[in-house]
Design a protein around this ligand. Structure first.
Ligand code: AOF
Ligand code: ZN
Length: 351
């Protein structure tokens, strides 16, 4: 078999970590000698074995690894994180050649893993199926390249772009089937953000129905400090990060250890996104309301739009998906379009 075939196997292995690696990438590795697979592995879980080590652990006779070729979807690490550096172990095992799909954009690695291997006599071949490997960890790559989370603005809207009927307490647009998909979309995020008006109007919980080891952090933008307990948000322990300019807010929430308050003189959305990035958040879904969504557009911070379009027309007095003082025309390209329940689910990416 050729390099691409073994790398495809490594990419396939990587998928086995889906949903378990949290802020770490999905990584797969295959050890090969004399056209025989000695072992295949994946990054098992956040804080646990990296793919290279998992592959090594699958090998029946570890002495066979000497002079073998390692196919790995991400550059081997060279730092001590929660596990020891893979590059050092690869050299110790006597691997002859390492074929890498993608460089690790994490500044702790970023080429240093490759340099270490080469400096210790290991041949390194780069770029085999790099596009496929990049796609596997889109958010991880985006986060380290742009130093901020990938922002997705999600709306459920009518054909005329409205999100709520006038004077209604709460407008339900999507049906049960679409809501399951919306829940899956949420589950893939590390944080979800809404404004205080949405909390006041809907009293949402912002939870994911399926049990998750790392539920998305609930980010609330309450710049004026209008929210006061009790709130349904406070009924569970999933972290809430509340951004406000009102220094009295902290006292109000002192009985709720899951609430972390961020106080500053101003919180433009760009500063919130920056702060979330500093806290390690790689993906953020903005779920309303209309003013906040518009503020993200105006700040040029919408990387993806996720629209659930239902086949209804609401009319002129209903609330549009984006409202605010600033207008901005921005082009998006379709990434994925499908019908789910009563809605057309449109994922569009920034052009
Ligand atoms: C690899 N192989 O399978 C993965 C790598 O805290 P740690 O020790 O788990 O290190 C996490 C970092 O290691 C992560 O941010 C990324 O740079 C790299 N991930 N590297 O050689 C793997 N998952
Ligand atoms: Zn590693």
């Amino acid at each position: 078999m050729n390099d691409e075939a073994y790398m495809r196997l490594a990419l396939h292995e990587a998928q086995r970590g889906r949903g378990l690696t949290y802020r770490n990438p999905l990584v797969g590795a295959v050890l090969v000698k004399d056209d025989q697979v000695l072992g295949a592995g994946h990054h098992v879980h956040f804080g646990q074995s990296h793919a290279e080590v998992d592959a090594f652990n699958q090998v029946q006779h570890p002495e066979d690894v000497k002079n073998s070729t390692l196919y790995v979807t991400l550059e081997p690490c060279c730092h001590t994180g929660k596990t020891p550096p893979c590059a050092h172990q690869i050299v110790d095992w006597g691997v002859k050649e390492v074929v890498v799909a993608q460089m690790d954009p994490n500044p702790l690695v970023k080429g240093q893993g490759i340099s270490y291997l080469e400096a210790h006599g290991v041949t390194v071949k780069m770029g085999v199926l790099s596009t496929e490997a990049e796609q596997l960890n889109e958010t991880y790559n985006f986060y380290y390249r742009h130093k901020r989370p990938l922002v997705t603005v999600k709306t459920a809207q009518s054909l005329d772009g409205k999100i709520a009927l006038p004077y209604a307490a709460r407008t339900y647009l999507t049906d049960a089937e679409a809501n399951v998909m919306i829940d899956d979309d949420r589950a893939e995020q590390q944080a979800i953000l809404v404004g205080s008006q949405t909390v006041l109007d809907d009293d949402p919980q912002l939870l994911v129905r399926q049990p998750l080891e790392y539920a998305p952090v609930r980010v609330i933008l309450d710049r004026r400090g209008r929210l006061v307990p009790p709130l349904r948000l406070l009924k569970c322990d999933v972290p809430i990060w509340l951004f406000t300019t009102n220094c009295h807010v902290a006292e109000r929430f002192s009985a709720y250890p899951q609430v972390r308050i961020f106080v500053a003189k101003r919180w433009p959305v760009a500063a919130v996104v920056q702060q979330l990035g500093q806290l390690g958040i790689q993906s953020l879904m903005v779920e309303g309301g209309a003013h906040i969504q518009n503020a993200f557009l105006a700040a040029d911070l919408v990387d993806q739009l996720l629209i659930y379009q239902v086949f209804e027309v609401f009319g002129r007095l209903s609330l549009p998906a984006f409202t605010g003082p600033e207008d901005r025309r921005q082009k998006f390209s379709p990434r994925n379009i499908m019908q789910v329940g009563n809605a057309l689910r449109i994922l569009a990416g920034r052009q």
